[in-house]
Structure formats: structure tokens, C-alpha cells
Design a protein around this ligand. Structure first.
Ligand SMILES: Cc1cc2nc3c(=O)[nH]c(=O)nc-3n(C[C@H](O)[C@H](O)[C@H](O)COP(=O)(O)O)c2cc1C
Length: 212
């Protein structure tokens, strides 16, 4: 059981990082191994639209994203965290999502049909964390939607969304009890989902071998 937390803020002690770390802590408590990725530490370029991945399902850009693909393909659960930057995700999170394009396989005859590689591998679980300054949720814009819909396209089921408004200065999330509780709930839920799935898989394996 592995959970990968991906922080899309450059502020390593910022609010997104605090809440993603809190979710990972809860997942660890539940028995999961965890990995924390700060996109700001890495060199991840945006997609060039070269479409070479249409045949290979691999990205031609040799940067730090190449180190993240194996984590995704091994079926780890993911927590994507981004601050709202002008009603959407941060530039780092946008680049990360664009680079997941190579993990989608489109039908040659009909581009409205696609299968995510994670979907084909059996699906995985995800949570999203959004941090924004205003108290009115409309100022979060499409931040949660961008991450949730992209994850779904890739084959993730998003089982929890943390929407933490009213947070501006780096570190404020440390004093926001409700947001910390929500983040913890995200980590706990991911672990619960993965455990349940293990149980179901074991049950099905027994049924198939004639020993339910
Ligand atoms: C470039 C930029 C754009 C922002 N745009 C918005 C916005 O559209 N809506 C909002 O509520 N907050 C906005 N904010 C505020 C951040 O979302 C907020 O400060 C958040 O707590 C930052 O999270 P972090 O500490 O993880 O970086 C913006 C901040 C920056 C730097």
C-alpha cells in the first residue's frame, strides 16, 4: 500500500504542503508507505504536443517527470495538492497534469474514446487538496475540477476532496483545525479504500480457485 503526495506549490512550508503532509501522516498511521513530491524541487516541463506518446505511451521529454511515472504505474494512491492561482491550478501542477497525457490511450477512430493506463491496470484511488485565499468558494474557480477530472480520465477514483479556503500566508493551515481534520480524513479514506480492495481481491481470488 503506497500513497504519493504531490505538492504543486513552490512554498515548501506553505498551506498546500502542510495539508498534503497531514494527509500522508494519516495514511502512514493506517499502515501505508508514503512518498512526498514537491514539484517545485523538480524540473518538469509542460507538454509539447508532439503526440509521439500516441504510439509508445511514453513521454519523449527527458526530465524529472520520468521519475514520477513509475510511481503512478505501480498503482499507488495519489494526493494531488495545489494552491489556487488565478482560479486554476499552479503552473507546476498544470505542467505535471499535462505530462500525464502520455498515460491516456485514445482510439485511432474516435478521439472521444480513451482509456487511462491506470484504468487499464485496474484503477487506483486519489484525493485532491485545494488551498485558496478567499472565503467564498467561487474564488477557487476550477482548481478542484481540473485535478479531479484529469485524475478520472487517467483511471483514478477521487474519494475525497479537501477545499481549504481563507488561507493566504504560508503556514496558516497549521492553525486551521477544520482543514487539518479534512486532510487527515483524506489520508484515512485512501487507506480504507485500499484495504477494502485488498479484501475484495482476496475474496475474488478465492472464489475463482473454488475456495470462497
Ligand atoms: C499568483 C497567485 C494567484 C492567486 N490566485 C488566487 C485566486 O484566484 N483565488 C484565491 O482565492 N486565492 C488566490 N491566491 C492565493 C493562494 O491560493 C493562497 O495564498 C494559498 O494559501 C497559497 O497556498 P500555498 O501556501 O500552498 O502556496 C493566489 C496566489 C498567488 C500567488
Amino acid at each position: 500500500m503506497k500513497v504519493v503526495g504531490i505538492v504543486g506549490s513552490k512554498r515548501k512550508q506553505g498551506n498546500t504542503a502542510i495539508l498534503v503532509r497531514e494527509a500522508l501522516k494519516a495514511a502512514e498511521k493506517g499502515g501505508a508507505a508514503t512518498v512526498l513530491v514537491h514539484l517545485g524541487d523538480l524540473d518538469i516541463q509542460g507538454c509539447r504536443g508532439c503526440e509521439k506518446c500516441a504510439e509508445t505511451h511514453k513521454c519523449v521529454i527527458e526530465d524529472d517527470m520520468q521519475g514520477i511515472y513509475p510511481l503512478l504505474l505501480e498503482g499507488a494512491a495519489v494526493i494531488l495538492g495545489s494552491p489556487t492561482h488565478f482560479y486554476g491550478v499552479s503552473a507546476d501542477m498544470q505542467a505535471f497534469l499535462e505530462r500525464c497525457y502520455c498515460l491516456e490511450v485514445f482510439s485511432r477512430d474516435d478521439r472521444s474514446c480513451w482509456v487511462g493506463l491506470m484504468e487499464a491496470l485496474g484503477g487506483a484511488y486519489a484525493a485532491v487538496v485545494v488551498v485558496y485565499e478567499q472565503n467564498d468558494e467561487t474564488f477557487m474557480g476550477s482548481t478542484a475540477d481540473i485535478m479531479t477530472r484529469s485524475l478520472a480520465d487517467l483511471g483514478y477514483r477521487v474519494v475525497h476532496s479537501v477545499k481549504a479556503g481563507g488561507l493566504w500566508a504560508a503556514g496558516e493551515a497549521d492553525r486551521d483545525r477544520d482543514s487539518l481534520l479534512e486532510a487527515r480524513a483524506a489520508g484515512e479514506k485512501l487507506v480504507r479504500m485500499m484495504r477494502l480492495r485488498e479484501e475484495v481481491e482476496a475474496y475474488l481470488a478465492g472464489t475463482r480457485s473454488g475456495q470462497p
